[in-house]
Design a protein around this ligand. Sequence first.
Ligand code: SF4
Ligand code: SF4
Length: 317
Amino acid sequence: MTSGIVFNISRYAIHDGPGIRTTVFLQGCPLSCWWCHNPESMAREPQLSLRAGRCIACGLCVEACPAHAISLSDDGPATDATLCRQCFGCAGVCPADAREVVGRSMTVGEVMEEVTKDTSFYDESGGGVTFSGGEPLMQPAFLLELLEACGGQDIHRTVDTCGYASRAILLRVAEKAELFLYDLKHMDPAIHEKFTGVSNEPILENLRALSCRNVAIRIRFPLIPGVNDDRKNVESLGAFLQGLHRVFSVDILPYHDVARSKYKRFGFPYRLGQVQAPDPARLSEIAAALRGYGLCVTVGGDNKDERTNSQAQTIQP
Ligand code: SF4
Ligand code: SF4
């Protein structure tokens, strides 16, 4: 049976598609967005997490580390990322769970065992399973087998994607999913590349191709003040979506920095600085501007009308 790397499985999720869902987070992403909420998911391999506040200063990790990458001081434990070999020996000896490995190999059967625990909730709420990440399309064989297994049990399937993937894989996945949550972060290729590490051109072309297929799509627009909330970008987004084969629903996801502490845990720099959450008045203006392009717009992941909207997408001649 195919296996893949999963870094989290979240039950009772209500913002990742219609109804009550289980979200399966797959490891690895081709983008490196400055505001990413799951920075531990960017690498393809499991990652070492360090919660310094839990440390009891026993020194066992220092002794266990073959790379001499760990030091203990009055400020707590620290890991020198340039020396670390990702062997995870330190996590195995830590008695306080201060050091943990995030991400593990799971078979399709093991994932299905988890997600089928809540089938009665899916049935009652119109929910199902969402595959997210990282970028789930980075593990295509694993994802396709999981989608097939869910389909075999009549479980609604949503794929949450950044759209940066092989067109052939994306369209194969589209045959086995009921809904895509498709991220659009910036319409300008150069600015997109600056803040995500890649150009948006394949993402936009993939969306164009996907819009001609018989699968529901909701656009997700993470709104980051000072990055993509300017009038030019909003108008460009609206015009692009209006010109596609279908009229889409757009979820505006206002920026917040709750993931900031995660960056510290994994030893990554938080590059977005002191950006604040968007002003509610500006959010309303942007929502209104997008509605002006004939789009159905929600703000803040309110998915109450998700299934209705998905079914209501109109096919343009
Ligand atoms: S993962 Fe291995 S090399 Fe890295 S700090 Fe832990 S014990 Fe040392
Ligand atoms: S093994 Fe865990 S508790 Fe002990 S010093 Fe290392 S991080 Fe702290």
